[in-house]
Design a protein around this ligand. Structure first.
Ligand code: ADP
Length: 172
């Protein structure tokens, strides 16, 4: 029987526990999930694609059911190359739905062999996005518990103010 492969695409700038929640839920249905980092030269991200790759690899450990990869160009072409049958996306709040619907229908128009699957995130991750994580970290706030440890360490490197605030909290 052929293995069912899903691709979980995104910017992952940086990966959060919300993303990981979707990947692990996906593994309840699919044999393998590929975390695919979209390389977009037009987008100004905090982390380079290589940094994102490292953070994700270190976060997932040695699970043979998960692959981390980088792609450019059309997502459906990438899925065909990977012999994947599904796009895995997470839904948090109603506002995610509109954009996700557009993306899913455009991808179906480009290739009707590929289905998009939406999974509901755990309620603990409902408010978590890479954007809010970066904004909080940049202002020196703690994002512990919202991102995996390797991403937390990279954020501390980018934003020393996080470390300073953590240290001053420990002193009080
Ligand atoms: P993009 O830039 O393509 O939106 P993201 O890295 O922000 O990429 O997100 C990739 C996918 O992960 C999207 O389907 C998004 O809805 C989902 N996602 C992001 N944060 C969470 C979260 N906290 N819980 C569940 N899914 C999430």
């Amino acid at each position: 029987m052929s293995r069912k492969i899903a691709v979980c695409p995104g910017s992952f700038d940086p990966i959060t526990n919300g993303h990981l929640d979707i990947v692990y839920r996906g593994l309840c249905v699919f044999d393998k999930v590929v975390i695919a980092i979209g390389r977009n030269p037009l987008k100004q991200d905090l982390f380079t694609t290589e940094e994102k790759y490292e953070m994700i690899r270190e976060s997932i450990g040695d699970d043979p059911r998960i692959e981390v990869d980088i792609f450019e160009g059309l997502l459906v072409d990438y899925l065909l190359r990977k012999k994947a049958c599904a796009i895995l996306r997470g839904l948090r709040v109603i506002s995610d739905f509109e954009m996700e619907l557009q993306l899913a229908l455009m991808n179906r128009r480009l290739c009707d062999k590929i289905e998009t699957f939406f999974l509901m995130t755990d309620y603990n991750h409902l408010f978590v996005s890479s954007t809010i994580v970066k904004a909080t970290a940049a202002a020196g706030g703690s994002v512990e518990g919202l991102v995996p440890q390797p991403a937390l360490e990279k954020l501390r490197e980018k934003f020393p103010q996080m470390k300073e605030r953590e240290a001053s909290k420990r002193r009080t």
